[in-house]
Write a protein that binds this ligand. Structure first.
Ligand SMILES: NC(=O)c1ccc[n+]([C@@H]2O[C@H](COP(=O)([O-])OP(=O)(O)OC[C@H]3O[C@@H](n4cnc5c(N)ncnc54)[C@H](OP(=O)(O)O)[C@@H]3O)[C@@H](O)[C@H]2O)c1
Length: 299
C-alpha cells in the first residue's frame, strides 16, 4: 500500500467487514485503502456491471436482506433522496437496528449544513443553519442517522477533489471560468484524506474517541482563482480573463449559484489536533501536485 497511508493507519481488527453504500468517487477510494489494510470491503453501485460494484443497492429496487450479513462497519456515501429521506435508512433501517456486530456506522455529509457564515470559520460546535434545500435535506439525514442510536459518526465534507476530479479537468478541456468574487473562499478535501481520515476514525472510535460529528477538511480555505491559477501554472496552460461574479452569476446553473452564495471556512482542528489525524495533502497546492502527477501518468 502507498506509504502515505501506512504511516497514518492501523489495520482494522481481524474479521472486520466494511460495507460501503455508494461506491462513487470517495466510496471507491475508501474501499481500496480499506482492502489494502487487509479488511474485507464490499461496495455498492446502482447498476449491474458498473466498475467497482460488489453488490447492487438502488433505492428504486428491492434490497436483498442478506446485504448486511457479518457487517462490523457500515459507511453511507449516498446523498439524500428528493423527499429528504436517507436512502440507506429508507431501505435497511430495521436490518441495521438488528445487526448485532456493528461497531461503527459512518455517514458522509457536507459542510453545506452550516449555511453561509459570510466567510467566518465553522467548527463542529457551530449550530447548523442550512439554507439551500439540499442542505436542509442533508441535515435531516444526519438527524435520522443519529436518532437510530447506532454507533454513528457524521463526517462533514467540503468540496471533494482528487485525481480525475480537480481544476485540471476544466483547464484541459478549455471549460474553466475565472470567476472573481473578492473575499469568497471555499474549503476543500483531497479524496485520499477522506479515505485516510475515515479509516483513522474507525480505529479511534473503538478506543472511545468517538465524537458524533467530525469535519474532514484541509488546512487552507482558498479563493477559487488561486486554485485555478496554481493548477494552470503547473500544467503550463494559459487562462481566460477574469469574469466578475456579478456578471457570471447571470448564466450560472442553480447548483453552481448555490455554491457561490455561501462563504465559510471549515475548521479541522477536531480531526487534526484533538484526534491527531495527519493530512496527506494539507492544502490545495500539495493536493493539486498529486492530481497532476496522476494526470501525467495516465497520458
Ligand atoms: N462532491 C463533493 O464535492 C461533495 C462535497 C461534500 C459532500 N459530498 C457528499 O459526500 C458523499 C460522497 O461524495 P462523492 O462525490 O464521492 O459521491 P459520488 O461520486 O457522487 O457517489 C455517490 C454514490 O451514491 C450512489 N447513489 C446515489 N443515489 C443513490 C440511490 N438513490 N440509491 C443508491 N445509490 C445511490 C451512487 O451510485 P452509482 O455509483 O451507481 O452512481 C454513487 O455510488 C455524497 O453523499 C456527496 O453528496 C460531496
Amino acid at each position: 500500500m502507498n506509504e502515505v497511508f501506512v504511516k497514518r493507519l492501523n489495520p482494522l481488527p481481524p474479521k472486520s467487514k466494511l460495507i460501503i453504500f455508494g461506491g462513487g468517487f470517495s466510496g471507491q477510494r475508501i474501499a481500496s485503502v480499506g482492502r489494502n489494510l487487509g479488511t474485507k470491503v464490499l461496495c455498492s453501485r446502482r447498476k449491474e456491471n458498473s466498475e467497482g460494484a460488489d453488490f447492487i443497492f438502488n433505492t428504486d429496487n428491492e434490497i436483498p436482506n442478506e446485504i448486511l450479513d457479518g457487517a462490523t462497519h457500515v459507511l453511507s456515501c449516498i446523498p439524500p433522496l428528493r423527499n429528504g429521506e436517507d436512502p440507506v435508512l429508507s431501505k435497511l433501517k430495521p436490518q441495521l437496528l438488528n445487526s448485532k456486530n456493528l461497531k461503527w456506522v459512518g455517514y458522509l455529509s457536507t459542510t453545506g449544513v452550516y449555511g453561509d457564515t459570510k466567510g467566518e470559520w465553522v467548527n463542529e460546535n457551530t449550530s447548523p443553519k442550512p439554507q439551500q434545500e439540499r442542505s436542509v435535506r442533508r441535515y435531516s439525514c444526519e438527524k435520522q442517522w443519529l436518532e437510530t442510536k447506532l454507533p454513528v459518526q457524521i463526517l462533514r465534507l467540503p468540496g471533494i477533489y482528487g485525481p480525475g476530479r480537480s481544476a485540471f479537468e476544466s483547464i484541459m478541456t478549455g471549460k474553466v471560468k475565472m470567476i472573481d468574487k473578492p473575499g469568497q473562499v471555499f474549503s476543500r478535501i483531497h479524496v485520499d484524506d477522506i479515505a485516510g481520515a475515515v479509516l483513522f476514525l474507525i480505529n479511534l472510535y473503538s478506543q472511545g474517541k468517538n465524537p458524533s460529528v467530525v469535519n474532514i477538511a484541509d488546512n487552507l480555505p482558498t479563493n477559487n482563482l488561486e486554485v485555478i491559477s496554481f493548477a494552470a501554472k503547473i500544467a503550463k496552460k494559459s487562462l481566460p480573463s477574469k469574469i466578475p461574479y456579478e456578471i457570471a452569476k447571470n448564466t450560472m446553473s442553480p447548483m453552481a449559484l448555490s455554491f457561490w452564495q455561501e462563504n465559510r471556512k471549515v475548521d479541522n482542528r477536531l480531526l487534526c489536533k484533538t484526534l491527531g489525524y495527519s493530512l496527506i495533502y494539507p492544502d490545495f497546492k500539495s493536493g493539486l501536485k498529486n492530481c497532476f502527477s496522476n494526470l501525467k501518468m495516465n497520458c
